[in-house]
Design a protein around this ligand. Structure first.
Ligand SMILES: [Zn+2]
Length: 393
């Protein structure tokens, strides 16, 4: 019988936490992986790997998949370890301007289920709605699996240590204690994180850049960046690093709620681009999905508006990229998700030294993955910090 575990946010890691986390991450990257290969990968001693493998097995985080039949070899059998995806899951809710996305993912970040619902206007009503809808969502999709915690991801500036949304100007929310408000109501540990940082964590764990230098740009109604060097996210004061919403866009006179004009978010957000498309008679209602549908159908004006948006983004973020020189620039933006060839526009404007520009690794699952990423990041950061459900909290 495997234990029901929970991932508590902000806990102090155990003294040997980095070793257990290194074992778990090696298995995530390359599993199924024999213990001898884990020793080679992590540089840890056989005794340490053996102890942590036993702990992770007992916790139900890894398992020993049956090996395909091979002729017997001399010596001890080499049973590999792999991530256990059938037992523990992470739950999440992503809060965006138009809607909420509830999701469940396994320990490899694979989406098991998601549901969208329209967003209420005020933050109090939204949080009540999350607490009211979560039990039904879990009942419909959990199938006997055990929930490690609830991730909450949203755009803008979020302080995950404090559990507070500091500012999301697209929603018009400031200083919202998301964790404190939700934790009691949902009866699960709550991990809050900014959308761009959550997706960068997911890229580093499950995507194609695992451990390198990357800049992740999110462009939706909120516009944010997350910066990772050597596989670690840059934090900044109160996790404020990567706030690019108010970078100046050369030539833009778009008014911004901050009081200035020509800010990046005000100029290139989903709403701003959709409004421009309505003003130019390209689409009847200010909905970016209509614009992208028209672009996919070959409407030249729609394609032009999408390309212009990418050029404006490029002009604003170029100094940031020149400064950091990441291996990868990952863009999460609706038009390039649906029309990947548009990415050439950004590549042309930006690449000067071989940096790779690509779309995020999660395609249509992006919001669902972002929602649970803070829980999974906590698990892979400190697996021994997981506690037995119902224990001290
Ligand atoms: Zn501004």
């Amino acid at each position: 019988m495997r234990p029901a575990l929970i991932a508590t946010p902000g806990g102090r890691p155990a003294a040997d936490q980095p070793d257990a986390a290194a074992v778990l991450r090696a298995i995530l990257r390359q599993g199924p992986l024999a213990r001898t290969a884990i020793i080679r990968e992590t540089g840890l001693s056989a005794a340490v790997v053996s102890r942590h493998a036993a702990e992770l097995l007992a916790m139900g985080l890894v398992w020993e998949p049956p090996e395909p039949h091979r002729p017997p070899r001399p010596g001890r059998p080499r049973i590999p370890l792999d991530i256990e995806t059938a037992h523990h899951v992470a739950a999440g809710v992503h809060i965006a301007v138009p809607r909420l996305t509830f999701s469940l993912t396994d320990l490899r970040g694979t989406v098991i289920a998601y549901e969208h619902v329209p967003r209420q206007r005020q933050h109090g009503a939204v949080l009540q709605d999350v607490a009211a809808r979560l039990p039904g969502f879990l009942r419909r999709h959990l199938g006997g699996r055990s929930v490690l915690g609830l991730g909450v991801a949203t755009g803008g500036w979020v302080d995950p240590d404090a559990g507070v949304l500091v500012e999301n100007s697209a929603l018009g929310w400031r200083d919202i204690p998301l964790r404190r408000s939700l934790q009691r109501a949902v009866g699960l540990p709550v991990h809050v994180e900014g959308h761009a940082r959550a997706l960068a964590q997911a890229e580093l764990l499950f995507g194609s850049n695992r451990g390198g230098d990357l800049v992740h740009l999110f462009v939706g109604n909120a516009v944010d960046a997350a910066i990772a060097t050597g596989g670690v996210l840059l934090q900044g004061r109160r996790y404020g690093a990567g706030g690019i919403a108010h970078l100046p866009v050369p030539g833009s006179a778009e008014p911004c709620p901050c009081g200035r004009t020509g800010c990046l978010q005000a100029t290139v957000s989903d709403r701003a681009v959709a409004r421009r498309a309505v003003a130019e008679g390209v689409i009847p209602h200010p909905d970016l999905r209509l614009l992208v549908r028209a672009a996919r159908a070959g409407d030249v004006r729609a394609l032009d508006l999408c390309r212009t948006r990418l050029r404006l983004i490029a002009h604003a973020v170029r100094p940031l990229l020149d400064l950091i020189r990441p291996d990868d620039l990952v863009l999460t933006e609706f038009a390039t998700l649906r029309l990947p060839r548009l990415l050439d526009e950004l590549t042309r404007e930006l690449t000067s030294g071989g940096d790779q520009v690509r779309t995020g690794s999660f395609g249509v699952d992006t919001l669902a993955v972002a929602a649970t990423a803070p829980v999974l990041a906590a698990v892979y950061q400190d697996p021994l910090g997981l506690r037995t459900s119902g224990g001290a909290r």
